[in-house]
Design a binder for this molecule. Structure first.
Ligand code: FMN
Length: 143
């Protein structure tokens, strides 16, 4: 069964909560899930041990937050390629971040995308639980 890294950054905790629900979805599907804070990953090569990566950032100023840009810059030049992947994030009114992250994962990191980018509006996680769990399942079973 797949080992999934759910890598996220958060400023006020919303995207962290979303990551935790996705993790539940992975485990519910029989996968192994690990939650990783993006800023704590000093060397992205540690991600080589995972089968699938979920990358999450809130949207700020119509894009991902700077630490997520930095993370993607490092991932793009690393040897971590060809994993199953998907992007997610919470947002206030537009929610561009997961789309930008997904494009970069696919085009710059040769990842195999298993789900459409998932954005959940801040304060709406309670009603988005099933969607987040289904996203986690796709990380385990998606091709
Ligand atoms: C400085 C700032 C800029 C933001 N810009 C956007 C934006 O351009 N589009 C949007 O949809 N939400 C925007 N938001 C809202 C956040 O994306 C939203 O609050 C998100 O759920 C925060 O997630 P977090 O708790 O994981 O940090 C902004 C929030 C802040 C504080």
């Amino acid at each position: 069964m797949r080992k999934v890294a759910i890598i996220y950054t958060t400023q006020t905790g919303e995207t962290e909560k979303m990551a935790a629900i996705i993790s539940d979805g992975v485990k519910g599907a029989g996968g192994e899930a690990e939650l990783l804070v993006m800023e704590d990953i000093a060397d992205v090569s540690v991600l080589g041990e995972y089968d699938a990566l979920a990358v999450g950032s809130p949207t700020q100023e119509a894009k991902e937050v700077p630490s997520a840009t930095d993370f993607m810059d490092k991932l793009a030049v690393s040897d971590v390629k060809g994993k199953y992947a998907a992007a997610f994030g919470t947002y206030g009114w537009s929610g561009e971040a997961p789309y930008i992250l997904a494009l970069r994962l696919e085009r710059e990191c040769d990842m195999k995308m298993v789900a459409e980018p998932l954005k959940i509006q801040q304060g709406s996680l309670a009603s988005g639980m099933d969607i987040c769990r289904a996203f986690g399942m796709k990380l385990v079973f998606g091709e």
